[in-house]
Design a protein around this ligand. Structure first.
Ligand code: THU
Length: 164
């Protein structure tokens, strides 16, 4: 077996519920679709909205900074396919990493906005290690626009009144 490349303590085994295990299996499947020609680091994610599971994978660009992480791909796909209104309840993410893969700062912010502080984040690696944390634990004090600044989708998509 390959030696662990980290000094971090091995995470304690985590018991997952059947819906959580289903989400991890879906994330594993999504990882196979990763477009990771720059880093070769393939990541899969699966987000649960009600009873629906939306998949995401990392999509890299020749212009490195344009890469999109697996977690945000899943969230954006949920919006595009119309299931995001059901509310994000849980997300699983998986990679071939020594420790369960942990969402980057940008993804934590987006997940905070989408799922709130209680969102369950199931972090996994392909060796079977799992770590579950809430978004509040991953991102204490995440940013939200003040309520007065938030615009509902209906407001932004309303046809503007023409001025004569
Ligand atoms: N990546 C993800 O997709 N999710 C994470 O949680 C960590 C990093 C991707 C971005 C990039 O394609 C590759 O992993 C290496 O950073």
């Amino acid at each position: 077996m390959k030696a662990r490349e980290t000094n971090a303590p091995k995470p304690a085994p985590t018991r997952l519920t059947p819906p959580e295990r289903e989400l991890v299996a879906a994330a594993k499947k999504a990882r196979l679709r990763a477009h990771a020609h720059q880093s070769q680091f393939k990541v899969g994610a699966a987000a649960r909205y009600g009873n629906e599971i939306v998949l995401g994978c990392n999509v890299e660009s020749d212009v490195y900074g344009l890469t999109n992480c697996a977690e945000r791909t899943a969230v954006f796909a949920a919006h595009a396919s119309g299931v995001a209104r059901k509310g994000l309840r849980m997300i699983a993410v998986i990679a071939d990493s020594p420790d369960p893969v942990s969402p980057c700062g940008a993804c934590r912010q987006v997940l905070f906005e989408q799922g709130g502080p209680d969102l369950r984040v199931i972090m996994c690696n392909t060796h079977g290690d799992v770590r579950v944390m809430t978004l509040a634990e991953l991102l204490p004090g995440g940013f939200r626009l003040p309520r007065t600044q938030q615009r509902s989708t209906t407001t932004t998509t309303r046809t503007p009144t023409l001025r004569r």
